[in-house]
Design a protein around this ligand. Structure first.
Ligand code: 4NP
Length: 155
């Protein structure tokens, strides 16, 4: 089993969006039995909370299930449990290094560094633009699946 974890600041906007979207892609590609997906926050602000209403609305718009999305905080042990730990922006990546105590590990990646965009995923909590974030997260998730296909032997 390959385990993927998406991480953002609050775990209510970007990383649950990525979790739901990536799970949807895996289902369509018949890979749900080989790859698991989860998400977490670097902060403790929204532990136990459902996603932001803007994230729920954009997932609904694109017919992606938001079942089972609940806020949790990243823990040191997550470093061993997950094979890919994907931050939404540079500050997330820095905080992942700090929480896991593993700076500069190749399994810790900024999502859009896997794409041509090479930038942070804008935080719709501040920008209000959930559509822009959704499109970028979609590109990132597709690139992540390509990377996993190249690195792992999937059946
Ligand atoms: P996220 O966005 O990291 O994409 O979930 C945020 C969610 C909540 C807050 C900030 C960013 N907040 O300040 O509570």
């Amino acid at each position: 089993m390959i385990n993927v974890l998406f991480v953002c600041l609050g775990n209510i906007c970007r990383s649950p969006m990525a979790e739901a979207l990536f799970r949807d892609i895996l289902k369509k590609e018949n890979l749900s039995n080989q790859i698991t997906v989860d998400s977490a926050a670097t902060s403790s602000w929204h532990i136990g909370s459902p996603p932001h209403k803007g994230t729920l609305a954009i997932l609904k718009k694109y017919n992606v299930s938001s079942n089972g999305l609940v806020g949790r905080q990243l823990a040191k042990e997550d470093f061993e449990k997950f094979d890919y730990i994907i931050g939404m922006d540079e500050s997330n990546v820095k905080n992942i290094f700090e929480i896991t105590g593993k700076p500069q590990h190749p399994k810790i990646i900024r999502l859009l560094d896997l794409t041509q965009h090479n930038k942070d995923v804008p935080d719709p909590y501040y920008t209000g633009d959930f559509e822009e974030t959704y499109q970028l997260v979609t590109d990132g998730c597709q690139a992540l699946l390509e990377k996993i296909r190249n690195e792992q032997s999937l059946t």
